[in-house]
Design a protein around this ligand. Structure first.
Ligand SMILES: Nc1nc2c(c(=O)[nH]1)N[C@H]1C(S)=C(S)[C@@H](COP(=O)(O)OP(=O)(O)OC[C@H]3O[C@@H](n4cnc5c(=O)[nH]c(N)nc54)[C@H](O)[C@@H]3O)O[C@H]1N2
Ligand SMILES: Nc1nc2c(c(=O)[nH]1)N[C@H]1C(S)=C(S)[C@@H](COP(=O)(O)OP(=O)(O)OC[C@H]3O[C@@H](n4cnc5c(=O)[nH]c(N)nc54)[C@H](O)[C@@H]3O)O[C@H]1N2
Ligand code: SF4
Ligand SMILES: [Mo]
Length: 699
């Protein structure tokens, strides 16, 4: 008899709630959880491909220990005891000789992040990092500079908006299912969509207004918009007067940036800029300037993201329906959140300088809870601030997710120990000394997800089927390592059930409560703070700081004048990258189902420029930057701005363990220079210029 299990998708990080139909050891069907508003059965194509991942015989099946040279792919199968004894033995030696700080653990932040952080604190290392800075570090810093809250503590009420403005937030391809459904619902009720991107994406096709902006000039557009909004008094004066610190300074800053000036820089007609400002003046406060999901485009990223957030504030679209809001947690209704291992009293605090120097004068502003991974290779190679000897990687791919792959490879070569926890035979797994396979998401129970929002809720990734191979849950793997290092006192569980029960103590919920619908809610009502007097801002002034103490106390300007962007010359282009609806970053290219749909990337290039260079649609071209080069098929099209070429992220895998994705397409990380927004923390993934030429000998 088939049964239904409520769980959370993990084909990407969005974690959409799902309903899994199971019969015996087989998953028959996965769909979105019908009980969750905005999901109601829907799933994206990658979510559907979860079954293909489960059944993939090329995924990691058992622990591996390397036998040949690094990168040779020569491993032997090991038992869990053998693999864990080996890793803990090597870690012990390294910690004794070089200290706990010589161990770095990096991961894509996930439900077990508190387990990773606990492990590092227990061994005396400050060196935890997540993917956050690579994805949106500067958005995080921008939010903290204005509101005192991180971006993770701020949400967007798409469903009730009257106008959504997206700056390269390609929502209909780089999806979150709930977001997409809510935007479609809002549009059905008459909401407008404005989309800005140098490339015509699916989202552009759905928009009422599309602007093919010159890449890198969004800040100029925003200064032009602000100029009109302030000059014509289109903003929410009551809200701004009550909450904003620094309006006068903003006014002075944008005074010279007329719409005409913005047109020259961005290529967007001035009349259209003025029209948008006036339209929003009518629709406010239920308008959203989307501050970005991936905010890692340019080296002035922090100021672009701040400007987008400031536009929301000017429109008064903060803590209002159809605008942006501050997420509410269980504390809001006098209840307790699930416990985290990091809450434990007695867990050591580590105060040493981090490998990336975040929190020091050299790099004061990025969020130390996440760190800055693109500094890893530099730190390993320079041994500054100290030698790093071991890297533990969980659900993260440093070879593709950090720019300048050649330098990352060089740095990895210097390490004494590389351990990877993954579900796929990723390139970093291929390069590791020990590979520890995690059970894929349908096969495991994970720590509790605390979903703060207008209504605080908890979700659970419940196990749908037993693991097919000799794999384990990450939190159990870490507990076993800690045990071998004599640190088990910080890990008060033997199994995932025990950990989840421990987390739920004091919340008023039990595991059984999740069986019925897959989630539990602390309240049924949406909570909005009073916009007149009740915004609990966490900035020092308790205001929305256009004039930011966070920035200015560290010597950074709150209102920098605009710097013109560099334009490409003759045969060079700005390299811009992004996602598509069929793949998740670098994870799914080997998925049997998704690989069949899309198995390699191609290079979008503007028709006129391609003609000048003698490049035909479908022909091979050489692409090279200062740090790497490769060969790729050209997609000649007028749907992209002439200044840039576009490459889908996630291809060019080198692991032969990925039988279907091996050597297909090229990696953007191989071409990108490692350039960072040193204020906000994100890499400038679109700051690299590449040279394109036709490949003379077509293969
Ligand atoms: N060059 C370049 N770098 C980028 C980006 C870019 O566009 N270009 N984008 C940036 C962005 S926005 C982000 S969010 C990051 C993402 O960076 P990553 O986290 O590195 O990318 P992912 O593809 O999400 O996942 C990485 C690994 O997780 C593994 N994995 C999948 N499921 C599981 C699981 O259940 N358990 C375990 N243990 N492992 C699992 C996958 O097999 C894969 O090897 O990259 C950033 N870096
Ligand atoms: N299918 C799928 N969905 C996903 C993910 C996934 O891997 N696959 N990943 C999730 C994650 S972690 C993230 S961070 C989000 C990413 O969500 P988005 O940020 O929406 O997605 P990207 O594809 O990274 O979008 C980059 C877009 O920015 C455009 N762009 C480039 N330069 C400029 C510029 O100067 N100005 C403007 N306005 N636009 C520019 C590019 O052409 C591209 O279309 O997606 C999430 N959803
Ligand atoms: S967006 Fe798609 S892949 Fe990501 S969690 Fe949701 S259903 Fe899964
Ligand atoms: Mo991301």
């Amino acid at each position: 008899m088939a049964r239904k299990v409520y769980s959370l998708c993990f084909m990407c990080t969005v974690r959409c709630p799902i309903e899994v139909e199971v019969e015996g050891a087989r998953v028959l069907w996965i769909q979105g959880n019908p009980h969750v508003g905005g999901i109601e059965g829907s799933l994206c194509p990658k979510g559907v491909a979860g079954i293909a991942l489960m059944e993939d015989d090329q995924r990691l099946k058992y622990p591996l220990i390397r036998t040949g040279p690094r990168g040779s792919g020569e491993f032997r199968k090991a038992s869990w005891d053998e693999a864990l004894d080996y890793v803990s033995g090597r870690l012990k030696e390294i910690i004794e000789r070089y200290g706990g700080q010589s161990v770095v653990l990096g991961e894509r932040a996930n439900l077990a992040t508190h387990v990773s952080k606990t492990f590092l604190r227990a061994i005396g290392s400050p060196n935890y990092f997540s993917h956050d800075a690579l994805c949106k570090g500067s958005v995080n810093t921008a939010c903290r500079s204005l509101f005192g809250y991180t971006d993770a503590e701020i949400g967007i009420d798409y469903a009730n908006t009257k106008h959504l403005i997206l700056y390269g937030r390609n929502l209909f391809e780089a999806v979150e299912v709930k977001g997409v459904n809510n935007v479609l619902d809002a549009m059905a009720k008459g909401a407008k969509l404005t989309y800005i991107d140098p490339r015509v994406t699916t989202t552009a096709l759905k928009a009422h207004r599309y602007w093919m902006i010159r890449p890198g000039t969004d800040l100029a557009l925003n200064y032009g918009l602000m100029h009109v909004i302030l000059k014509e008094g289109l903003y929410d004066q009551e809200f701004v007067e009550r909450w904003v610190l620094g309006l006068k300074e903003l006014r002075e800053l944008v005074e010279p940036y007329t719409p005409q000036w913005a047109e020259e820089e961005t290529g967007i007609p001035q009349k259209e800029i003025v029209d948008l400002a006036r339209e929003l003046g009518e629709q406010r406060p239920n308008v959203i300037f989307h501050y970005g999901y991936r905010g890692a485009h340019y080296k002035n990223e922090i100021y672009l993201r701040r400007s987008i957030l400031m536009l929301n504030v000017l429109m008064g679209s903060v803590e209002t329906k159809g605008g942006i809001f501050f997420k509410k947690g269980p504390g809001e209704v006098g209840r307790k959140a699930p416990r985290k291992l990091t809450d434990q009293e007695g867990l050591p605090k580590v105060s040493q300088v981090r490998f990336d120097k975040v929190g020091t004068e050299a790099f004061p502003l990025p969020d130390p809870n996440h760190g800055v991974p693109q500094m890893l290779a530099r730190a390993i190679l320079s041994e500054d601030p100290y030698p790093i000897k071991a890297l533990i990687v969980n659900r993260f791919e440093p070879l593709h997710s950090i720019p300048e792959q050649s330098t990352t490879k060089e740095a990895l070569g210097k390490l004494d120990l590389i351990v990877t926890v993954d579900v796929n035979f990723s390139d970093i797994a291929w390069y590791s000394d020990v590979v520890l396979p995690e059970s894929m998401y349908l096969e495991r129970l994970d720590p509790v997800q605390q979903a703060n929002g207008l209504k605080p809720q908890l979700f659970l990734r419940q196990k749908a089927v037993e693991p097919r191979y000799d794999t384990r849950e990450y939190a159990v793997i870490i507990k076993e390592l800690a045990k071998r290092l004599g640190l088990e006192r910080y890990f008060p569980y033997e199994s995932m059930e025990e950990l989840v029960k421990w987390q739920l103590e004091g919340t008023g919920f039990t595991m059984e409560d999740f069986m019925k619908k897959g989630f539990v809610a602390y309240t049924d009502n949406q909570i909005f703070w009073d916009r007149k007097d009740g915004l609990r801002l966490k900035t020092p002034s308790k205001k929305i700081e256009f004039k930011s103490s966070l920035l200015e106390e560290r010597g950074f300007s709150s209102f920098p004048p605009y710097e013109k962007v560099k334009r490409p010359e003759r045969d060079t282009f700005r390299l811009v990258v992004g996602r598509c609806v069929l793949h998740t970053h670098v994870s799914t290219q080997n998925n049997p189902y998704l690989n069949e749909r899309l198995s390699e990337n191609i290079l979008w290039i503007n028709g006129k420029r391609a003609k000048e260079l003698g490049i035909q649609n479908g022909s091979l071209v050489e692409i090279s930057s200062s740090v790497g080069s490769g060969t790729i098929k050209a997609f000649v099209t007028d749907l992209i701005h002439p200044d840039c070429v576009f490459l889908l992220h996630g291809f060019g895998h080198e692991s032969k363990g990925l039988g279907r994705a091996y050597n297909k397409g090229i990696s953007d990380a191989m071409l990108q220079e490692n350039i960072t927004d040193m204020v906000g923390g994100s890499p400038g993934l679109h700051e690299t210029f590449v040279k394109i030429s036709p490949l003379r000998r077509q293969l």
